[in-house]
Design a protein around this ligand. Sequence first.
Ligand SMILES: O=C(O)CCC(=O)C(=O)O
Ligand SMILES: [Fe+2]
Length: 280
Amino acid sequence: MILKPIEKLSGLNRESFKKNYLDPMKPVVFTDLINDWPAKELWTFEFFKINYGHLKVPIYDSSFSEGGKNYMSATGSMKFGDYLDIIQREPTQLRIFLWNIFKQAPELANHIKIPNIMDGFYNEFPFMFFGGKGSYTRIHYDIDCSHVFLTQLQNRKRVVLFDQDQSKYLYHIPYTVGCLVNPIDPDEAKYPGIKQLNGYETILDHGDTLFIPSMYWHHIEYTDGGFSLSLRASNSISLKAKGIYNIARHFAIDRGMNFMLGSRWMDMKIRMAKRNAHLA
Ligand SMILES: O=C(O)CCC(=O)C(=O)O
Ligand SMILES: [Fe+2]
């Protein structure tokens, strides 16, 4: 497996971003995209605890992607302040995933700004991700096919990326946006295709923004307890159409089969993933 470091740049303008990263679908880290956001300095653990600690938040653990009962759903809920205490204090697998905090706290939108590095940002879908030290968001690609701008706002996280052309060596699980391989802890004996993998990696520091091109595989490891915010953008009708198709297929086929067959459906998909990698 080869993992190349992702370039970290400041001062990128629209033209050079389009030419060198957006059009060729190449990831890059901006070190200065949010320099004008009040959130960059304001949003600390203490800030959220004092002002929003009372909110109830959905909590996820590692069963999120493991098929069966908890597949793709929250494990429970907790007071936001209690959750922040935990991730500040100790390693934990507990995460808050894809949380639109602005629905409960619309005034927070004044602390961020939609970048003008490209057109097509969805103003209504800023999501937040929180995780404890040692937790991870398993490798997946985003089902809606938008480009993602992931900004680190507290401490650091490690991100590993792969283009779609690597799907077979990742043992992509059919009908899902997930795969069998864990790129941080690769088991080459079980998944020999891993040796062919060619991807990217980076550590996001406070204030860094990672451009994840549409449909790129991403695996995120919380090297520290911390949080980030993602903004999404789509610059083409065909990407939007693909996203809608993907979401419809997921709900019709994957969730439906999971409902009927439970963990047997996951077993079937795993066999298909292994067969595809073997053929490749
Ligand atoms: O940071 C994370 O834990 C997950 C981020 C992610 O998957 C996304 O922004 O699409
Ligand atoms: Fe994602």
